[in-house]
Design a protein around this ligand. Structure first.
Ligand code: FES
Length: 325
């Protein structure tokens, strides 16, 4: 089995300025942007599952999965769904961003890497197809067995059907208005060793997949969410202390501020981007204490390890956390 290419380091966060070179409709409310260096130079390498931060001319920053050809060193492609409740990110892209405009691009960063396997089962819901698309090409390249189950509200709302058509029967397209809810159990089949399930889509789909994969071997299912789940009430509603191991500084985090905000207030800069627990930029090493994880990035085993946290949203279960800052 050939291994996947090593990941691009996570510290690649400084934004580059790229030009929009194409803007193309892919489905109802879905378009793609192609981005290239104004100088024509090479872009940073990336691996399937990566996303970039788009710093839009209106000042907003949004994360989008790369869905183009990873072997094209000069072009990034992202897919953008017009969100009904858009706060100005996707709406700006759809209605105002034009070919020729300049945008800031941070990353790429990969929180959803494709690990080596001989069999992949991909499940995509709606715009969740974007990180999956380059994975299919990678699986092909590796000679792995793979199949994709792709759901959406209507056929007309499902992007990239033309690009998926050449894969034939390995791609199962299931618009909900024609087929109803996805038959996850039928698609997955019986639990087996060695297979990996990669899924991206809305929370109800991912929750259903977690239930469907409950009897599969550990680490089989890997997911990427569009937004962090509602975390509910924090485990601790009282203030807690955060000790910074490198300086010995201790600060108190009150319920009305995030750890990130509390750090910023005393002049400790931690890189951040989404501030919603979805991009991975603010990952911080935990040396002691148990975080109250409220991000959309870590799986259950990673959470139980208690060795890192995303300080923009996660808090503390204990009275004291010690961070490697
Ligand atoms: S800033 Fe994006 S996960 Fe914290």
């Amino acid at each position: 089995m050939v291994a996947t290419t090593p990941l691009v380091p996570a510290e690649a966060t400084e934004a580059a300025t790229l030009r929009v070179t194409a803007k193309q409709r892919q489905a109802d409310d879905v378009l793609t942007l192609e981005l290239a260096s104004p100088s024509g130079g090479r872009l940073r390498d990336w691996t399937p599952g990566s996303h970039v931060d788009l710093v839009l001319p209106n000042g907003l920053t949004r994360q989008y999965s790369l869905c183009g050809d990873r072997w094209d060193p000069h072009t990034y492609r992202v897919g953008v769904l017009l969100e009904p409740g858009s706060r100005g990110g996707s709406r700006y892209v759809h209605e105002h961003l034009q070919v020729g405009d300049l945008v800031g691009v941070g990353g790429p960063r990969n929180n959803f890497p494709l690990v080596p396997s001989e069999e992949y089962l991909f499940v995509a819901g709606g715009i969740g197809i974007t990180p999956i698309l380059p994975m299919l090409r990678q699986a092909e390249l590796l000679g792995a067995e793979w199949r994709l189950l792709y759901g959406g509200r209507r056929r007309g709302s499902m992007a990239f059907l033309d690009e998926l058509a050449p894969y034939g029967e390995r791609v199962v397209v299931r618009p909900e208005d024609e087929y109803g809810l996805l038959d996850l159990a039928g698609f997955l089949g019986a639990p087996r060793e060695g297979a990996r399930v990669y899924a991206c889509g809305p929370s109800p789909l991912l929750a259903a997949l977690e239930r469907a994969c409950a009897d599969w071997p550990p680490y089989t299912l890997r997911t990427e969410r569009f937004v962090a789940e509602e975390g509910g009430t924090p485990v601790r509603t009282a203030p807690f202390e955060v000790e910074l191991a490198r300086t010995g500084t201790t600060l108190t985090v009150t319920p009305d501020v995030s750890v990130l905000e509390a750090l910023n207030r005393i002049g400790v800069e931690v890189l951040s981007s989404c501030r919603r627990g979805v991009c991975g930029t603010c990952e911080t090493t935990v040396l002691a204490g148990r975080p109250d994880h409220r991000d959309a990035l870590l799986d259950d085993d990673e959470r139980d390890a208690n060795d890192c946290m995303y300080v923009c949203v996660s808090r503390s279960r204990d009275e004291r956390l010690v961070l490697d800052l």
